[in-house]
Design a binder for this molecule. Structure first.
Ligand code: GDP
Ligand code: MG
Length: 457
């Protein structure tokens, strides 16, 4: 659409919240209903993301505000499964996501991962909107499919409204305890100061139009500068994956600029900067052809904002959550190599100089950083002697095993949101290295604390 005179790119949004709060379902709901309306909507499933064009959002929010003026081309929602902490993915030192949806189950209220998500959002200064989900589970709820929430609430019986108000108040109080003012979005007169709540049902779609419109309007109103398209490539590695027939590939989000087949790129690697050449730029087939597994559309060039799979040589040790740089003809390769490693160095600097401490492993550089920050906090104070990113392998056990001779209780791996290979587990058992796994940061602390107390007895 050429509605906007300002050359804005699509805002990038992530969905966070406690497990089972309805993140996946909410995304399905936004996507699904539109798919049924045909391909005209133009929603495309991308690598690690879903793209919702502005026309689609307008269609979806017609009942809410027929004259909605959308200046952004669309909305890119990051949805790679298994990555619950997208705000950890950085791009040029700040969060990859322009804004986030924090999903809260209306009946469960704030849960451990809700609070963890909240803290991550604050740490990265990412703006967010609260989706108070599963309103259809209030007893006696009258379904009003895909309706704006105010319209739906008007049709509810008195009992439902009073239950709604009780639960809403509870959640608002819980947010207050976290130091956050919140308010129903249509009553919120000071967005930015007070966080907006949009009641939703991912099952019947109530409130979903409100959520979409609020996200887009807020982004284009308050983030014009950030959303103005620039030619300079801004690109973040989401995931490093081995794909049959393609070898090791990286899934990236291209935030600004263009990528071309044959571009020389530099990415941050565990063993130093990786300099390579883009062999192929791939995206999945359009929605209806998604069943054609393992095949991708090839591009000669591709423009932001997009989710893309890149194949190239030497990507095995690339680190998720870091920036990808393109080397132009006039660029200084050495300077670029140094700058891609900056993120890594800031993390390395947090490791104990004494060499005594536990070994920590996380899925991305960002989540590793969050974990290190937590372990360093005064209430926790667990020293760290080594770090790793990605699944726990035998080599990590060997590294952690060094502590067996020095301080046995530190011969421990704290694994955050990563898998442990069978061989690694076996070796750990043989050597006497402890592995604690969790996908909530402070559970690792509880596990480790329990272990230490046990040893002392
Ligand atoms: P996630 O872990 O946050 O991605 O949660 P899911 O999207 O997988 O949802 C967890 C469960 O809650 C599933 O059984 C969903 O069908 C259900 N669910 C999600 N949203 C809603 C909702 O709005 N209403 C109701 N009744 N169930 C929901
Ligand atoms: Mg999910």
């Amino acid at each position: 659409s050429i509605e906007g005179e300002e050359n804005l790119r699509s805002p990038i949004c992530c969905i966070m919240g406690h497990v089972d709060s309805g993140k996946t379902k909410l995304l399905d709901c936004i996507r699904g209903t539109n798919v049924q309306e045909g391909e005209a909507g133009g929603i495309t499933q991308q690598i690690g993301a879903t793209y919702f064009p502005a026309e689609n959002i307008r269609e979806r929010t017609r009942e809410l505000k027929a004259d909605a003026r959308l200046k952004v081309p669309g909305l890119l929602v990051i949805d790679t499964p298994g990555h619950e902490s997208f705000t950890n993915l950085r791009s040029r030192g700040s969060s990859l996501c322009d804004l986030a949806i924090l999903v809260v189950d209306i009946k469960a209220g704030l849960q451990p991962q809700t609070i963890e998500s909240l803290n991550l959002l604050r740490m990265r200064n990412t703006e967010f909107i609260i989706a108070l989900n599963k309103v259809d589970r209030l007893y006696g709820w009258q379904t009003c499919k895909n309706a704006p929430i105010v319209k739906s609430l008007k049709q509810q019986p008195k009992d439902v409204i009073s239950e709604f108000n009780v639960e809403l108040k509870k959640v608002k109080n819980q947010f207050q305890e976290q130091g956050l003012n919140t308010e129903l979005y249509y009553k919120n007169k000071e967005m930015g100061e007070t966080f907006s709540i949009v009641p939703t049902s991912a099952v019947s779609g109530e409130g979903v139009p409100d959520l979409l419109l609020l996200l887009v309007q807020w982004a284009q109103k308050t983030m014009v500068e950030k959303l103005t398209y620039v030619d300079e490539v801004q690109c973040t590695v989401l995931e490093v994956k081995v794909i049959e027939g393609h070898g090791t590939t990286i899934d990236v989000v291209l935030v600004n600029g263009e990528l071309h087949e044959g571009d020389k790129i530099v990415v941050c690697g565990l063993q130093g900067p990786i300099v390579t050449t883009i062999r192929a730029l791939l995206t999945p087939h359009p929605m209806k052809e998604l069943r054609v597994k393992g095949t991708y559309l090839h591009y000669k060039e591709i423009k932001a904002a997009q989710g893309i799979k890149i194949t190239a040589q030497g990507l095995e040790h690339a680190i998720a959550g870091t920036a990808l740089h393109v080397v132009g003809p006039d660029d200084d390769l050495e300077a670029i190599k140094e700058s891609v490693m900056e993120d890594m160095e800031s993390v390395m600097s947090r490791i104990e100089k004494s060499g005594e401490g536990v070994y920590v492993q996380a899925s991305t550089l960002g989540s590793l950083e969050a974990l290190l920050e937590f372990l360093k906090s005064p209430a926790v104070k667990i020293p760290v002697s080594g770090i790793g990113i990605g699944p726990v392998h035998k080599k990590d056990i060997m590294k952690a095993g060094v502590m067996l001779e020095r301080k046995k209780e530190y011969a421990t791996i704290l694994a955050f949101d990563v898998k442990v290979t069978t061989e690694a587990r076996e070796l750990a058992e043989d050597m006497g290295v402890k592995i604690f796994c969790a996908d909530i940061i402070y559970h690792l602390f509880d596990l480790f604390k329990g272990y230490i107390e046990n040893i002392k007895e």
